[in-house]
Design a protein around this ligand. Structure first.
Ligand code: FAD
Length: 108
């Protein structure tokens, strides 16, 4: 079985980074592909209990693929649901905090 922690860190890195660089105004094709990417996780993610819990959360909170700010926040909230389940601290989902972590890096 996969290393669930290492797989998780790698997957969150991919997802948050992709959201941070997603267009402000995505084309219909970009939106459709982002929806497909998100909806693939409950089907394909190789931690099966992670995948099915994530699928339930996505049903409760449909993905916001309208643009990078909405998508980044949506994903942050889903990640916080996992953090809460695992007893980890929650991340501040303000776009400035998300961009600092996943796009721009800290000011210096
Ligand atoms: P991670 O949680 O991997 O976070 C990596 C980095 O992301 C953090 O260091 C922080 O800088 C940043 N970050 C933290 N929270 C947020 C946020 N809300 N928004 C933006 N950035 C943030 N593990 C299980 O044991 N059970 C599960 O059911 C489970 N479900 C998962 C479902 C999915 C879809 C994914 C991708 C992973 C899942 N995992 C699950 C793995 C788990 O979320 C962690 O990745 C793993 O426990 C390693 O945690 P970590 O403390 O290294 O940091």
């Amino acid at each position: 079985p996969p290393d669930v922690e290492q797989l998780g860190r790698a997957t969150w890195t991919f997802l948050h980074t992709t959201a941070a660089y997603y267009p402000e105004k995505p084309t219909p094709n970009q939106r459709a592909n982002m929806l497909t990417l998100i909806r693939s996780l409950p089907v394909l993610y190789p931690c099966t209990h992670c995948a099915s819990d994530f699928g339930e959360e996505v049903k409760k909170s449909p993905p916001d693929v309208s643009g990078r700010v909405g998508l980044s926040r949506w994903l942050c909230e889903r990640h916080n649901e996992v953090n809460e389940k695992l007893g980890k601290s929650k991340f501040n989902c303000a776009v400035e905090k998300l961009d600092e972590r996943w796009k721009d890096g800290p000011d210096d």
